[in-house]
Design a protein around this ligand. Structure first.
Ligand code: ACO
Length: 404
């Protein structure tokens, strides 16, 4: 299907973009299902107030134009994206009771790898004691997690792999110019990881990935790659930071996020009432709201974490799933949609595979994200167990064998 012309405006690419029209035909009855999720954000928080002391901006402007209140920043000498990815993966393995030796493949989506080589996936495996398996990085900017999940689904549906870890992780603070008010307020650091396993009942029903390299000029890092290797001059000219023409990218992001969502809905015969959750990439609250509005979804069915994490690039979608995990039920229909540098964009339509454990062993930073109501609910269930140990089964249904 040829989509309408690009949103236009000076300097925007004129090419039309082709999407795959056909829904994905299942090649087997096995689907790839997310059976666990975990996240990590570093403990250091950078607030809007602090940014307002660094550049000419204000809390008011940032909240009104982006929806961001604060973001987490990874500090500490020698700590790269792999540090956060490994934290998320170790937590995921612990939480799902997965032996590192049972993982068949690890894919890491990132735009801020620790090194050009080896891959960050490779490093995360080592740090999480996962040995001898295939691991590789996927580079699709903010759409990276959707791309990586799409790849993982092929390996599961093909039948050869049974446990794949997909990580989305970015240390955006390593490529952000903290003297540029137009970009430094947007990004944060973080990582999320999911376990993907075969299921006959739940899982990924359709995927869509797309790109348009003509969008490069609006959003890229000018130096540091093979086209312009690092020199003293590139450093002096601050060419190793994110270059973004915000207004142009904004138009494309709004159009493509909505395109992804409507395309996946159309080809799977979905209406707004048949979607339980929109899981959008978190670049700007206004983009999220415009996407939800285009498909008619009310705000209470849209995952939003941008207020506290900012744009964590490949990590936004798994961090959303981690944050909202408590609210998800087996069978919930989720629509994931992402847009990022490249340009790249993509989406996944899936059903959630499990009822969420009431208690989860999150990192300290994550504990702050549990709501008061959730903490109270947990306390009530723990008190019930203390009174009657047999209540364990009812209080923690997740301890029942998982449905597959
Ligand atoms: N504080 C105060 N004023 C600011 C700030 C700031 N932090 N940043 C920009 N401004 C000013 C500009 O200088 C401009 O002033 P001027 O009119 O005097 O020139 C004015 O605000 C408006 O600037 P715009 O860029 O038009 O602001 P806009 O409303 O578009 O918001 C933003 C900017 C938030 C960057 C928005 O364009 C956006 O969200 N873009 C899309 C980001 C995105 O989706 N990126 C893709 C994913 S990222 C990835 O893949 C790595």
């Amino acid at each position: 299907m040829l989509l309408p012309k690009d949103p236009g405006g000076p300097g925007t690419p004129k090419s039309c973009v082709r999407m795959t029209k056909k829904p994905k035909k299942p090649t087997s009855s096995i689907r790839a299902a997310i059976t666990g999720v975990h996240g990590y954000v570093p403990p250091d928080v950078l607030t809007n107030a602090e940014l307002a002391r660094m550049v000419d901006t204000s809390d008011e402007w940032i909240v009104e134009r982006t929806g961001i209140k604060e973001r987490h920043i990874l500090k500490g000498k020698g700590l790269g994206t792999s540090h956060m990815g490994a934290e998320a993966v170790r937590g995921l393995l612990k939480k799902t009771g997965t032996d590192p030796g049972d993982v068949d493949l690890l894919i890491c989506a990132t735009t801020t790898p620790d090194f050009v080589f080896p891959s960050t996936a490779n490093l995360i495996c080592d740090m999480a004691d996962i040995r001898g398996i295939g691991s590789f990085d996927v580079q699709a900017a903010c759409s990276g997690f959707v791309y990586a999940l799409t790849i993982a689904a092929q390996f599961i549906e093909g039948g050869a792999y049974r446990k794949i870890v997909v990580v989305g992780a970015d240390k955006m603070s390593s490529i952000i110019d903290y003297t540029d008010r137009a970009t430094c307020v947007l990004f944060g650091d973080g990582a999320g990881a999911v376990l993907v396993e075969p299921s006959r009942k739940y899982g990924i029903l359709d995927t869509l990935i797309a790109s348009d390299g003509a969008g490069m000029k609006h959003l890229h890092q000018k130096a540091g790659g093979s086209r312009m290797p690092p020199t003293a001059e590139t450093v002096a000219k601050r060419l190793h930071y994110v270059h973004q023409e915000g207004a142009a990218v904004y138009k494309f992001a709004i159009a493509r996020m909505a395109d992804v969502a409507t395309e996946l809905m159309a080809r799977n015969h979905l209406t707004k009432d048949s979607i339980d959750w929109l899981v959008p990439h978190q670049a700007n609250r206004r983009i999220i709201e415009a996407t939800a509005e285009r498909i008619g979804l009310p705000a209470n069915r849209v995952m939003v974490t941008i207020n506290k994490y900012g744009n964590t690039t490949a990590a936004t979608i798994p961090l959303c799933l981690w944050d909202y995990e408590q609210k998800l039920k087996a069978g919930d229909r989720l629509l994931l949609a992402a847009f990022g540098g490249g340009f790249t964009w993509g989406g996944v339509y899936m059903t959630w595979a499990y009822d969420t454990p009431a208690a989860r062993s999150d990192s300290k930073a994550g504990e702050g994200s549990r709501t008061k109501g959730e903490r109270k609910g947990l306390a009530v269930r723990l008190a019930a167990i203390a009174r009657a140990p047999f209540a364990l089964r009812a209080a923690f249904p997740a301890f029942l064998p998982r449905r597959s």
